[in-house]
Write a protein that binds this ligand. Sequence first.
Ligand SMILES: C[S@@+](CC[C@H](N)C(=O)[O-])C[C@H]1O[C@@H](n2cnc3c(N)ncnc32)[C@H](O)[C@@H]1O
Length: 213
Amino acid sequence: MSIKKSHFDLAEIEKSTIDHYENNAESFRVGTQDHDVSQNIEAFLRALPKEKSLDILDLGCGPGRDICVFKSLGHKPIGLDGSKEFCKIAFQQSSCPTLNQQFLSLDLEDHSLDGVFANASLFHVPSQELPRVLGELHCALRNGGILFSSNPRGDAEGWQGQRYGHYMELEASEFYLKQSGFIIIDHFYRPSGKPRDQQPWLAIVSQRQDLKT
Ligand SMILES: C[S@@+](CC[C@H](N)C(=O)[O-])C[C@H]1O[C@@H](n2cnc3c(N)ncnc32)[C@H](O)[C@@H]1O
């Protein structure tokens, strides 16, 4: 049985999780700057039109490692993060716009994006709020737009230290994505080439479908 969280719980979940990143921003930057997520970036871009400069939102961009890659490939990335410090670092690194917004109160322009790249970020959204947040990403994407997400997999929800996480396997992820108007077009487990029990990450490429009215 899922327990409905009150507005207060949700605010506390979001604040505590973001505070953790804010307070550890520099060590997180140093610890993750060399993470190789090229497989994720390639899978995301493969699903999008070629030879076009794409409007990409890096949702939960952290210190901006991946925004720099998208920019270097000729795209027009925008970062978004709840941590002010990460937004500052990401802007310093990339000179790309960075929005200091929270996942539970996004303010995005409708039909303004070709793709949303959510690397290791959407799992911080409590299950209760996930359909609404995915619905907002659906609205922000253009027809046929792509949502990439990579999250630690599992079947649990709750606190890990100061951070809150919702961990899903493929079936549960598909349930939420479908409900919000996305179809899965690709998925893979990471790191690649390992037995499944040594692949803690699930990456999903999904495409915006028109919702029936
Ligand atoms: C695990 S980090 C991933 C950072 C980056 N995408 C990467 O791959 O290195 C999760 C990111 O999500 C951001 N975040 C977590 N919860 C958030 C929320 N509720 N609203 C906005 N950003 C949030 C954190 O500040 C952090 O930058």
